[in-house]
Write a protein that binds this ligand. Structure first.
Ligand SMILES: CC(C)(COP(=O)(O)OP(=O)(O)OC[C@H]1O[C@@H](n2cnc3c(N)ncnc32)[C@H](O)[C@@H]1OP(=O)(O)O)[C@@H](O)C(=O)NCCC(=O)NCCSC(=O)C[C@H](O)C(=O)O
Ligand SMILES: [Mg+2]
Length: 290
C-alpha cells in the first residue's frame, strides 16, 4: 500500500490568484483550493473557473491537489462537483457532510460525470450530525466506489454549531476530534485536524499541532504559508522514532527471533503489533524523504 504523507494541508481561497500561484512553491503535502466558505457568493463562478484552470495548468509537483466544493444542496454544489470532476484533482472535499448519504451522493455524481478513478473523496466533519454519525459516515468507505480517503475536521463550524467555547486547549471539542480519529481508523481512512485561525501565534499553533498528533491525526489543515513548516516538523516522525523503529524491524528479522511473538529491544517488551507500527513509521519517513 502506498503511504501518502498528509501532514500539512493548506487551504486557499479559489478566487485568490496570488495564493494559487504561491502554493506551487510551498512545502505543503496537500493544497485545498476552496470554493466554499472563503469565496463570496458573487465570486463563486469566477473562483470555480480559476480553480479548474489552476488544476489543469498544473505545476504543483507532488503536492496533493484537492478542490473543496460547495455542498450539493447549495446553488453552486452541482456545478462545482461537475467542474471538479472534469479536471480530475487528487481529491474533492465535500463540506458540511452530515450523513453517509452525502458521500454516497457525491460518489454517484462523480461516477456519472466520468471522473477519473484517481479522484478521491474527502469529507468535512463539521456539523453536530457528522460527529454523531461519524462511524456510519466513515463506514461508507467500502461503498463509495473506493473513492473515500479522508476525514477533515471543520472546527470553526463545529464551534459555531455547538456553541462550545473556543478555549486554547480545545477542551470542549477534543472528544469530537477523538471520535473522528476512531471512526477514520476503523475504516482505513486518514484524518486531518482543523485550522488554527490565529496564524501569527506560532507558539499556540505548535501546541495545537502537538495536541492533534497526540490524538492520532495524520496532519493539520492550515490557512497561512507560515504554518506549513512547523506543521511538517511536528507531524513527521522524529529521528529518534525512526531509529527506534528500524531497531525493532531489525530485531524481528534476526534468525533467533523467527516465529517469536514477543521479544525484548533495549530492555522493553516488543510485540509484533509494535513491528507493524515501526514499519509504518519507517514507511512514512521514507515517503517524506522522497
Ligand atoms: C488569512 C489570510 C486572509 C491572510 O492573508 P494576508 O493578510 O494576505 O496574508 P499575508 O500578507 O501574511 O500573506 C503573505 C504571503 O502569503 C500568501 N498567502 C497568504 N495566505 C495564503 C494561502 N492560504 N495560500 C497560499 N498563499 C497564501 C500571500 O498571497 C502573500 O504572498 P506574497 O505576495 O508572496 O507576499 C490568508 O492567509 C487566507 O486567505 N488564508 C486562507 C483562508 C481560507 O482559505 N479559509 C477557508 C478555509 S478555513 C475553513 O473554512 C475551515 C473549516 O471549514 C472550518 O469550519 O473550520
Ligand atoms: Mg467549515
Amino acid at each position: 500500500m502506498t503511504i501518502r504523507p498528509r501532514r500539512s494541508v493548506l487551504y486557499m481561497p479559489g478566487a485568490n490568484d496570488r495564493a494559487l500561484e504561491k502554493a506551487r512553491t510551498l512545502p505543503a503535502d496537500a493544497l485545498i483550493l476552496d470554493l466554499e466558505d472563503s469565496v463570496a457568493p458573487e465570486a463563486k463562478s469566477q473562483a470555480r473557473d480559476k480553480v479548474a484552470q489552476a488544476v489543469k495548468s498544473g505545476g504543483y509537483g507532488k503536492r496533493e491537489l484537492v478542490i473543496r466544493v460547495n455542498a450539493l444542496d447549495t446553488p453552486w454544489g452541482a456545478d462545482d462537483l461537475k467542474a471538479a470532476a472534469a479536471v480530475g484533482p487528487d481529491a474533492i472535499l465535500v463540506p458540511k457532510v452530515s450523513r453517509p448519504g452525502d458521500i454516497v451522493s457525491a460518489a454517484k455524481v462523480l461516477k456519472a460525470c466520468g471522473a477519473p478513478a484517481h479522484t478521491r473523496l474527502w469529507a468535512m466533519m463539521e456539523t453536530p450530525l457528522a460527529i454523531l454519525n461519524a462511524r456510519d459516515i466513515a463506514g461508507v468507505a467500502a461503498d463509495a466506489d473506493q473513492r473515500f480517503a479522508c476525514l477533515v475536521l471543520g472546527t470553526n463550524d463545529l464551534l459555531k454549531e455547538s456553541r462550545a467555547r473556543a478555549l486554547g486547549n480545545r477542551f470542549a471539542i477534543v472528544p469530537w476530534l477523538a471520535m473522528s480519529v476512531l471512526a477514520a481508523r476503523a475504516f482505513g481512512l486518514d484524518v486531518i485536524d482543523g485550522v488554527y485561525n490565529d496564524f501569527k501565534d506560532e507558539q499556540g499553533f505548535r501546541a495545537e499541532c502537538e495536541q492533534g498528533r497526540t490524538l492520532g491525526m495524520d496532519g493539520k489543515t492550515l490557512i497561512h504559508p507560515s504554518q506549513v513548516e512547523p506543521c511538517n516538523e511536528i507531524f513527521s516522525p522524529s529521528g529518534e522514532e525512526v531509529q527506534r523503529s528500524r531497531k525493532v524491524i531489525a530485531a524481528f528479522a534476526l534468525p533467533e527471533h523467527a516465529g517469536k511473538g514477543v521479544i525484548t529491544v533495549d530492555g522493553r517488551m516488543v510485540e509484533r503489533l509494535h513491528l507493524v507500527m515501526a514499519e509504518r513509521v519507517v514507511a512514512i519517513a521514507e515517503a517524506i524523504a522522497s
